[in-house]
Design a binder for this molecule. Structure first.
Ligand SMILES: Cc1ncc(COP(=O)(O)O)c(C=O)c1O
Length: 402
């Protein structure tokens, strides 16, 4: 009999018994797989080991169940989602498939993670698009400046606006509802890179008037690397040019394998839906992992998770401010996410500080020159004293700090 695994509870990491760090604060980078995720992977692997292709029908059911769950997480319909390999592949699919007109303008944000930039730059080269740049940091604090620069750009006739739900280095949560309303008012389409948001901050493609969204699994959804989903609003998907289609993108594309002779044709229509991006075999093991990691998120509820990590970040931020750190977290609750980013106090160098924390079992990262902490639902607030003690010890040890 399978051992019963503990139920997920906020602040309880008993589903992660192998985790080495005393405080694992890297969910904005890569989340560790829970025992549930590991069990789901082993279970599906065993099925494939026993049945080979016979395991496929089980996998396909799982894939569609997961599609429903992910759609519910972002307020979409399941047929508005397609699976891709990573966030970038979702950005790329949209950037290549939009029926562009030459000189269409795409609005990008300086400061964004490059996953939401490179594909648009490539599309600009291929299709003769123009790029306009705003500053992500203009959306920090009072909303006026950022939204004003966006509206100015939209007045110039932008076709597409591409933003992240949450900025990867500062954790700034973008005002997606306001951005979506402005885009809609000016006839522009809105693309969202949701990997730093989905699973920890509420995202609703309807309420936020998002047209396209791409999100990988291995951060706040707590799945494994190598699978992501892309959302395309139904009417937008219908207008896409299927530049990235493959053999499994056709309507009834599997009939020739299962229904006898006479069905092998090359002229079946390509699905006019987001899942046209599923052009070949899918990463079924990764779907099994993702289903097992998303279940606890759905059960705990994203608002409760956000409140939990908010309380964690509040307490850690307080302790760090007392020690002379500078916080890059917005004072406005609606602009906060799971991420707490700080600058070290004067005279303390980031690299050695980070190294000292790592050695003391505090797992965090230093993207773009700041110290980034990213707790998720399993992190307990009781860890915070150990984090602050590790900070004190590292600074006191002084050896490698300037
Ligand atoms: C905002 C953002 N987008 C995208 C990615 C990664 O993209 P991909 O899933 O294509 O590796 C990251 C981090 O790795 C990120 O922080």
């Amino acid at each position: 009999m399978e051992p019963t695994l503990p139920s997920p509870r906020l602040g309880d990491r008993s589903l992660f018994p192998a985790l080495e760090a005393r405080a694992y604060l890297n969910h904005a980078a890569i989340s560790p797989p829970s025992q549930r995720v590991q069990a789901a992977v082993v279970e599906l692997m065993s099925r494939y080991a026993a049945q080979g292709v016979g395991a496929l029908s089980h996998s396909l059911e799982q894939r569609e169940r997961l599609r429903q769950r992910l759609a519910a997480l972002v307020g979409a319909a399941p047929d508005e989602l397609g699976y891709v390999a990573n966030t970038t592949a979702g950005v790329r699919a949209v950037a290549l498939c939009v029926p562009w007109r030459a000189r269409d303008r795409v609005v990008l944000l300086d400061g964004e993670f490059p996953a939401n930039v490179t594909p648009w730059q490539r599309a600009a080269e291929l299709f003769g698009l123009r790029l306009s740049w705003l500053r992500a940091q203009d959306f920090f604090g009072s909303l006026g400046a950022g939204l004003q620069t966006l509206e100015d750009a939209l007045r110039l006739g932008a076709r597409m606006v591409a933003v992240s739900a949450v900025q990867f280095q500062t954790g700034l949560r973008m005002p997606l509802a306001e951005i979506g309303a402005l885009c809609r008012a000016h006839g522009a389409e809105l693309f969202v890179d949701a990997i730093q948001g989905c699973g920890v901050v509420p995202i609703d493609v309807e309420a936020m008037q998002i047209d396209y969204l791409s999100c990988g699994s291995h951060k706040w959804l707590m799945g494994l690397e190598g699978v992501a989903f892309v959302y395309a609003r139904r009417e937008r998907a219908a207008a896409l040019r299927p530049v990235v289609a493959g053999w499994l993108s056709h309507e009834e594309g599997l009939r020739f394998l299962f229904e006898g002779a006479g069905h092998l044709r090359y002229d079946r229509p390509i699905r006019a839906r987001a899942d046209l991006v599923e052009g070949g075999a899918t990463p079924n093991i990764l779907f099994a992992a993702l289903e097992a990691s998303v279940e606890p998120i759905a059960a705990l509820g994203v608002p409760a998770i956000l409140e939990h990590v908010g309380a964690y970040d509040d307490a850690l931020e307080r302790g760090l401010l007392e020690r002379g750190f500078g916080s890059e977290r917005s004072p406005i609750p609606a602009q906060r996410s799971g991420i707490l980013a700080v600058q070290p106090p004067a005279g303390v160098e980031l690299g050695p500080l980070h190294q000292g924390l790592q050695q003391r079992g505090i797992a965090c990262t230093t993207p773009d020159g700041r110290l980034r902490f990213a707790p998720h639902w399993p992190n307990s607030l009781t860890e915070i004293d150990a984090v602050l003690a590790a900070v004190d010890e590292t600074i006191a040890s002084g050896a490698r700090l300037t």
